[in-house]
Design a protein around this ligand. Structure first.
Ligand SMILES: *Cc1c(COP(=O)(O)O)cnc(C)c1O
Length: 374
């Protein structure tokens, strides 16, 4: 008799729908017979500058030792991170991308029937990791597309083990300032861990910007997660880190895979931390691009969610999926977010000025052709 392997999976996994990544350039090129060089991808919040030459050079150098296992403790990178952020190396945990850490944290601290709180419209990985471990996800309705931190604090019960907060949030780009975040931490009992996902923190430029590291000394239940995938331009290498109390890092480091980050990634990440000019250029290109896209949306009469990150969610009307498809035909890949319960929006990553311009041109042609827009 044929075995139904689906039925053998643990119950949370049976009901899981996988994370939907942005469409790769090579895939669209194959599907539409386009030249990959003619396609622009503004779909995965990658750094449009390309990688830092310092990172590339370090990665190439590390290739000479591909036959060796990496340093499982990431000594050099931890030293560099500890110096940059004035923390102890014992507070650091490295991950195969920060997604790896989100999953490790959930597995370390929550199990079946525990509750994990996150916001409506928050990053899709939170419900996925919660469900995979059989914990109960508590999705708190958003406020103006952002996290309703008061409601999230009120949702805490005796069973709550973990709260995920994305700041800025993906896919909405919404953010909470330092005061709001501190007020939230004051309401969370010390037995409940707060994962502050700061994947886009390098892009924030406001005065009241929240910085999880400032809160860490006062809140040992806080775990700050960051990544080299976005502003640091190393998405392909899969490397992120968390900063927490040493006690929590000790737990995470027991459960992560012993060699979860490769040598090439460690070398490139260590090198890029020394390339402040690259980071500054990424910030500049991003703030210019956000202004360029915002102005274009206003000119087209489209509403959008003001963003502090390197992407922007724009309301293109009820036929957003058709608009997405039409943009693909123009060789422009953006991200539909219907899966997030945002069927009218498309999420557009900020590109170089000329890429943004090409997206704007394709979008306006598409909306004119469909009779939408102004
Ligand atoms: C991109 C992103 C991450 C980081 O992913 P990596 O695994 O480090 O590439 C984490 N959280 C959010 C909210 C993100 O958008």
């Amino acid at each position: 008799m044929a075995i139904d392997y689906q039925s053998l999976a643990v119950s949370g996994v049976q009901a899981l729908s996988p994370y939907q990544p942005g469409k790769p350039i090579a895939e669209l090129a194959r599907e539409l017979g386009l030249n990959p060089a003619d396609i622009i991808k503004l779909a995965s919040n990658e750094n449009p500058l390309g990688p830092s030459p310092k990172a590339v050079q370090a990665a190439q150098k590390a290739m000479g030792e591909l036959c060796l296992y990496p340093d499982g403790n990431g000594f050099n990178l931890k030293q560099a991170l500890a110096k940059r952020f004035t923390v102890e190396t014992s507070q650091l945990t490295l991950g195969n991308g920060s997604n790896d850490l989100l999953e490790v944290i959930a597995r370390c601290f929550a199990s079946a029937d525990d509750e994990v709180i996150y916001s409506q419209y928050a990053f899709a990985v939170y419900p996925i990791v919660t469900q995979a471990i059989g914990a109960r996800g508590v999705c708190v309705p958003a406020q103006h597309w952002g996290h309703d931190l008061n409601a999230m604090a009120e949702a805490i019960t005796d069973r709550t083990k973990l709260i995920f907060v994305a700041n800025p949030n993906n896919p909405t780009g919404t953010v909470h300032g330092a005061k709001a975040l501190k007020a939230f931490m004051d309401k969370v009992p010390a037995r409940v861990l707060v994962v502050l996902d700061e994947a886009y923190c390098e892009y924030m430029q406001g005065e009241d910007d929240a910085d999880g590291l400032v809160l860490l000394p006062d809140y040992p239940n806080l775990i700050v997660c960051r990544t080299f995938s976005k502003a640091w331009g190393l998405a392909a290498l899969r490397i992120g880190y968390s900063i927490s109390s040493a006690a929590i890092a000790n737990i995470l480091n027991r459960v992560r895979q012993p060699f979860n980050v490769g040598s090439v990634s460690l070398a490139a990440a260590t090198a890029v931390l020394g390339d402040e000019a690259y980071l500054n250029e990424a910030r500049r290109v991003n703030s210019d691009g956000l202004a360029q896209l915002g102005a274009a949306f206003e000119a087209m009469g489209l509403s959008y969610i003001p963003s502090t990150a390197n992407f922007i969610a724009v309301d293109v009307g009820e036929h957003a999926m058709d608009v997405y498809q039409a943009l693909l035909a123009h060789g422009v890949i953006v991200r539909p977010v219907a899966g997030y319960g945002m069927p009218r929006h498309l999420r557009v990553s900020v590109g170089l000025a000329k890429e943004n311009a090409r997206f704007i041109e394709a979008l306006s042609q598409t909306l004119v052709a469909s009779g939408q827009g102004a």
